[in-house]
Design a protein around this ligand. Structure first.
Ligand code: HEM
Length: 699
C-alpha cells in the first residue's frame, strides 16, 4: 500500500472511531431499530402516514440540495495558516495579521468559474483562489483568481458576461467551456475583455495543480495606517512549487479519466503531508503616485508590471488540513470582498464596488437566509456581538431585553468601542452623477500586447492553438472575423496565425505593437524550481526488478515526488530475480499517462515482455512522450520504449544517458546508479520537454 493509501486508511479509521459508539436515531434523538422497511398495513399493503421515521428520512433527503454558486460552483478547499514574515507593513496598515507574525487560521477554496458543481476540473477556465483569514480583528476575505485581471471593467456587465460564457439557454450546451458562440460574441463586442482573454487562451487556464498556481487579488485595494494614510496595494500569491500547467490535449483526456484531477491532487498532497505553500506579496503604490501610470489603477483589466513596481514578499500561507465534510465546509463557506478588517479598504474600482454588493446578496439565497455567518466554517474567531436578531437558521440564543442602539436599559446590547474599530478611509469625492466610463479606462489593447510580447515561443504557440480551437467551435463566421480584427490590434502576427487556422481573412496588418515586455508574465521564462509535487508512473509486471524499483521510488520520494507502481493486474508482483515481491499501487487499466508527470519502465525481461504485449502499456509510454513528459527506462525496460516508437537515442551502457527528455540506462537491479533518479528529477523540474519533436510518434 502506498503512503497515500495509508493516509486514506488512517483517515477512514478516524471517521469510523468518531462514530463507533453512535447508534441510529431520529432527528429528535429517538433510537431507531429498523430503517430498511417502511411501516405498512400488512407486508404487501400501503405505507402508513404515521411512519414518522420514514417521513422524516425522506423529507430531509428531499431538501438536501442547495443552489450551487451562480459562478465558481465547482471547487475544493482546505484549512491552513498564514504568517507574516515581519512587521514591514505596519507603516502602511493596521491589519494585525499582516504584521504580527502570529499564525492566523485560513480556509482556501479553489474553483473553476463557468462549470456546474459536477463539471470536470481540467477545463479551460479561470481558477478562483479565495482565502478567508480568521483574524483576531474579524474575518478578512481575499477573493482572488489565478489571473491578475478581469474580463470587464464595471460589475454592471457581470450578468451579461456570465450569461455569455455559461451554456447556451436553448439546450444548456456546452458545459464548462468558453468555446461557443455566445462567449466569443461577447468578447468581440466588448474589447475591454481582450487582455483577460489572452490570459484565458494561455497555459494559465490549464493549471497542473491548485498547488502550482499563482493567485491575485486583481483589484487595487487600499492599505490604511494608524494615521489614516492610505497606500494602494495589489495582492499576489506565489506558489512555492512554481507555476505549472497541463497541455490542452491532456486536459481534455483527464476530464474523462479523472474529472476530479485537481481536487484529488490537493486532497492527496495534504493527506500525505506535502503541504502546499504560497508566499503573499504586495505591490505598493503611494497615493500621490496614483497617476504615474499609463493606465488607471482603478481599472481591473490592467496589471501593474512587476518590473515597474516590484512584488514585496510579506508572508506565507500553508494548507495543512483537509475538511471533514465537503458540504459543511467547502460548499457552505461564504467569501465576500466586503469582508475587510481595520487597515484594509476599497478603492473606487467599479468592478470591486459591484462585487461588494453581489456576494452577500447571492449568499442570502444560496445559504438560505441572513444567518450563514454562524455556520462553523464562516464563524469568526473574533468575538461577535450585533443587534441583528432572528431569521432562518438562527443558532444563537440572544439574551436580554434590548436589541437596538441606543438604549438606556442595557443588558444584552453591545457597547460601541473606541479602539480597534473599522474606520472607512476618508477620501474626498466630488463629481456629477453620470453613467459614463472614465477616458482613462479606454485603452483595451496595450496590456494584451504586453502579455503577448512577454511569452516564449512555446507559450505563443499554445495561445494561437487555443484561439484556433475556441474560435473553430464558433459557428457564426462574423464573430470569428470580428475577434480576429481585435487580435490584429494586439499583434499582427497573432491575428494572422489565428486567422489562418479558422478560415477568416487576416486583418490588413495595420495594427501596431509597442514592443514592450514584462518578463515576469511568462511561466516558462521563470527558473525551474524543483520536481517536488510531481507524480511518476512506474510500469511493471510479474518478473520485474523489484530491488531497482524500490530504490528508485525511495530516491524520488526523498525529493517529494510520488511514484506509483502500475501493473496489468492488482496484487503483488513476483520479483524477476533477487528481491521481495512488490505490491502494485494501481492497476494499469484504471489509470492513464495523462494522470502522471513522467513514466519509468522498470527492468525485468519477463515483466517487459508482458508489458510489450499489453497495448495499454505501449500506449501509456507513447502518449506520455507525445505530451512532452520525461520518459525513462532501465535495463530491459528500454525495449518497451523502442516498441512505443520513442525516437530519441537510448543508453548503450550503464552510464545514465539523457536525450530529448528521455532518461535511460542499461543498468539493472542492484546496479541502478543514483544518477538515473537524479537525471529524472532534473527533467521533472523542467516540467515538460518543450522542444521535443512530437511528430516523431504518430498521434
Ligand atoms: C476581479 C474579479 C473577480 C474575481 C477575482 C472573482 C472571484 C470569485 C471567486 C474566487 C469566487 C468563488 C468564491 C468561493 O470559492 O466560494 C467568486 C464567486 C462569486 N462571484 Fe466573483 N469574482 C470577480 C468578479 C465578480 C463580479 C464583478 C461579480 C458580480 C458583480 C461577482 C460575483 C460573484 C458571485 C455571485 C459569486 C458566488 C458567490 C457565492 O455563491 O458564495 N464576481 N468570485
Amino acid at each position: 500500500m502506498s503512503d497515500r493509501d495509508d493516509a486514506k486508511h488512517e483517515q477512514l479509521e478516524r471517521f469510523r472511531s468518531d462514530h463507533r459508539d453512535a447508534v441510529l436515531t431520529t432527528q429528535q434523538g429517538v433510537r431507531v431499530g429498523h430503517t430498511d422497511d417502511s411501516l405498512t398495513a400488512g407486508t404487501r399493503g400501503p405505507t402508513l402516514l404515521e411512519d414518522f421515521h420514514a417521513r422524516e428520512k425522506i423529507t430531509h433527503f428531499d431538501h438536501e440540495r442547495i443552489p450551487e454558486r451562480v459562478v465558481h460552483a465547482r471547487g475544493a478547499g482546505a484549512y491552513g495558516y498564514f504568517e507574516a514574515y515581519d512587521d514591514t507593513l505596519s507603516a502602511h496598515t493596521t491589519a494585525e495579521f499582516l504584521t504580527s507574525g502570529e499564525k492566523i487560521p485560513v480556509f482556501v477554496r479553489f474553483s473553476t468559474v463557468a462549470g456546474s458543481r459536477g463539471s470536470a476540473d481540467t477545463v479551460r477556465d479561470v481558477r478562483g483562489f479565495a482565502t478567508k483569514f480568521y483574524t483576531r480583528q474579524g474575518n478578512y476575505d481575499l477573493v482572488g483568481n489565478n489571473m491578475p485581471v478581469f474580463f470587464i471593467q464595471d460589475g454592471i456587465k457581470f450578468p451579461d458576461f456570465v450569461h455569455a460564457v455559461k451554456p447556451e439557454p436553448p439546450n444548456e450546451i456546452p458545459q464548462a467551456q468558453s468555446a461557443h458562440d455566445t462567449f466569443w460574441d461577447f468578447v468581440s463586442l466588448q474589447p475591454e475583455s481582450l487582455h483577460m482573454v489572452m490570459w484565458l487562451m494561455s497555459d494559465r487556464a490549464l493549471p497542473r495543480s491548485y498547488r502550482m498556481m499563482q493567485g491575485f487579488g486583481v483589484h487595487t485595494f487600499r492599505l490604511v495606517n494608524a494615521e489614516g494614510r492610505g497606500t494602494f496595494v495589489k495582492f499576489h500569491w506565489k506558489p512555492v512549487l512554481g507555476t505549472h500547467s497541463l497541455i490542452w490535449d491532456e486536459c481534455q483526456k483527464i476530464a474523462g479519466k479523472d474529472p476530479d484531477f485537481n481536487r484529488r491532487d490537493l486532497w492527496d498532497a495534504i493527506e500525505s503531508g506535502q503541504y502546499p505553500e504560497w508566499e503573499l506579496g504586495v505591490q505598493l503604490v503611494a497615493e500621490d503616485a496614483e497617476h504615474d501610470f499609463d493606465f488607471d489603477l482603478l481599472d481591473p483589466t490592467k496589471i501593474i508590471p512587476e518590473e515597474q513596481v516590484p512584488v514585496q514578499p510579506v508572508g506565507r500561507m500553508v494548507l495543512d488540513r483537509n475538511p471533514d465534510n465537503f458540504f459543511a465546509e467547502t460548499e457552505q463557506i461564504a467569501f465576500h470582498t466586503a469582508n475587510v478588517v481595520p487597515g484594509i479598504d476599497f478603492t473606487n474600482d467599479p468592478l470591486l464596488q459591484a462585487r461588494n454588493f453581489s456576494y452577500l446578496d447571492t449568499q442570502l439565497i444560496r445559504l438560505g437566509g441572513p444567518n450563514f455567518a454562524q455556520l462553523p466554517v464562516n464563524r469568526p474567531i473574533a468575538d461577535v456581538a450585533t443587534d441583528q436578531r432572528d431569521g432562518y437558521g438562527q443558532q444563537t440564543v440572544h439574551k436580554g431585553q434590548t436589541s437596538y442602539f441606543r438604549n438606556s436599559l442595557g443588558g444584552g446590547c453591545p457597547a460601541i468601542a473606541d479602539r480597534g474599530v473599522f474606520r472607512h478611509y476618508t477620501e474626498a469625492v466630488d463629481g456629477r452623477k453620470i453613467r459614463e466610463r472614465s477616458p482613462s479606462f479606454k485603452d483595451f489593447y496595450s496590456q494584451a500586447t504586453l502579455f503577448w510580447n512577454s511569452m516564449t515561443d512555446v507559450e505563443r504557440q499554445h495561445i494561437v492553438a487555443a484561439f484556433r480551437f475556441e474560435l473553430g467551435k464558433v459557428t457564426d463566421r462574423s464573430i470569428r472575423a470580428r475577434t480576429v480584427e481585435h487580435l490584429g490590434r494586439i499583434d499582427n502576427d497573432l491575428a494572422a496565425r489565428v486567422a489562418a487556422g479558422i478560415g477568416v481573412e487576416a486583418p490588413d496588418g495595420a495594427g501596431g505593437n509597442h514592443g514592450r515586455r514584462s518578463p515576469a508574465l511568462s511561466q516558462l521564462g521563470q527558473p525551474n524550481l524543483s520536481p517536488s509535487g510531481r507524480k511518476v508512473a512506474v510500469l511493471a509486471a510479474d518478473g520485474v526488478d523489484t530491488i531497482g524499483i524500490r530504490s528508485l521510488v525511495e530516491q524520488l520520494g526523498a525529493a517529494e515526488v510520488v511514484a506509483e507502481v502500475l501493473a496489468p493486474s492488482d496484487g503483488e508482483l513476483a520479483p524477476g530475480g533477487a528481491g521481495d515481491p512488490l505490491p502494485a499501487d494501481r492497476q494499469l487499466s484504471t489509470m492513464a499517462s495523462v494522470l502522471y508527470d513522467a513514466v519509468v519502465v522498470a527492468c525485468g525481461p519477463d515483466s517487459v515482455e508482458r508489458l510489450r504485449a499489453d497495448g495499454m502499456a505501449v500506449h501509456f509510454v507513447a502518449e506520455a512522450y507525445k505530451h512532452l513528459k520525461p520518459v525513462a527506462a532501465f535495463g530491459t525496460g528500454l525495449d518497451l520504449l523502442r516498441q512505443a516508437g520513442v525516437p530519441d537515442e537510448l543508453a548503450e551502457s550503464t552510464e545514465p544517458f539523457v536525450a530529448g527528455g528521455v532518461v535511460t540506462t542499461t543498468a539493472a537491479a542492484d546496479e541502478l546508479p543514483d544518477a538515473f533518479a537524479a537525471h529524472l528529477l532534473t527533467q521533472l523540474a523542467g516540467h515538460r520537454v518543450w522542444h521535443r519533436d512530437t511528430e516523431a510518434i504518430p498521434a
